[in-house]
Design a protein. Structure first.
Lengths: 121, 112
């Protein structure tokens, strides 16, 4: 079974750093792009960026460029999303999802279960 | 890159049909046949329902169908069932010079 399992909920203070993870199983992790999606409380889905674990080629939405860093460790089939200095506005649920098809024109399936990040003083 | 525009909510009685629109521009929805749709129940992760505008993954009931005309894509749910009550999001490829992918604003489907 193809599965993406994300790390657990986090509670952090403003200014702290954070790295959340997304571990893939049941498929060739290095052969598919992995995307990250933000969902702020009560709001819609926002595409953040994507990485190809095979060569770590990474693309960002302009809205998130410079705000987060996406990385991957193919040796352990895990993708990461990290912040160097969290803000209260980073409070959200974060999902990873595998991209089927090409970077130019794919679809996201399956999705991880989500990681809730709460940033509060 | 602005979010694709969806109606905030649609509703229908069991057995009826509802259609959700997803309006973009010629740079996203209108420019590519790469529209997908996702269903999200409260507290759950999104689930793929339609890809490549109108293709249905295995396991998705055939009462879910997708289409596109110009800059607007649509998801139709025929024979509405109680378990279809959820939020639905469209997503389109938006080109390599923008954000690559863009989601819709989301639509709440209510089964009356």
């Amino acid at each position: 079974e193809v599965q993406l399992v994300q790390s657990g909920a986090e509670v952090k203070k403003p200014g702290e750093s954070l790295k959340i993870s997304c571990k893939g199983s049941g498929y060739s992790f290095t052969s598919y792009w992995i995307g990250w999606v933000r969902q702020m409380p009560g709001k819609g889905l926002e595409w953040m960026g994507i990485i190809y674990p095979g060569d770590s080629d990474t693309r960002y939405s302009p809205s998130f460029q410079g705000q987060v860093t996406i990385s991957a460790d193919k040796s352990i089939s895990t993708a990461y999303l990290q912040w160097s200095s969290l803000k209260a506005s980073d409070t959200a649920m974060y999902y990873c999802a595998r991209l089927w098809g090409q970077l130019v024109g794919g679809w996201f399936d399956p999705w991880g279960q989500g990681t809730l990040v709460t940033v509060s003083s | 890159q602005s979010a694709l525009t969806q109606p905030r909510s649609v509703s229908g009685s069991p057995g009826q049909s509802v259609t959700i629109s997803c309006t973009g521009t010629s740079s996203d929805v209108g420019g590519y046949n790469y529209v997908s749709w996702y269903q999200q129940h409260p507290g759950k992760a999104p689930k793929l329902m339609i890809y490549d505008v109108s293709k249905r993954p295995s396991g998705v009931p055939d009462r879910f169908s997708g289409s596109k005309s110009g800059n607007t894509a649509s998801l139709t749910i025929s024979g509405l069932q109680a378990e279809d009550e959820a939020d639905y999001y469209c997503c389109s490829y938006a080109g390599s010079y923008t954000s690559y992918y863009v989601f819709g604003t989301g639509t709440k489907v209510t089964v009356l």
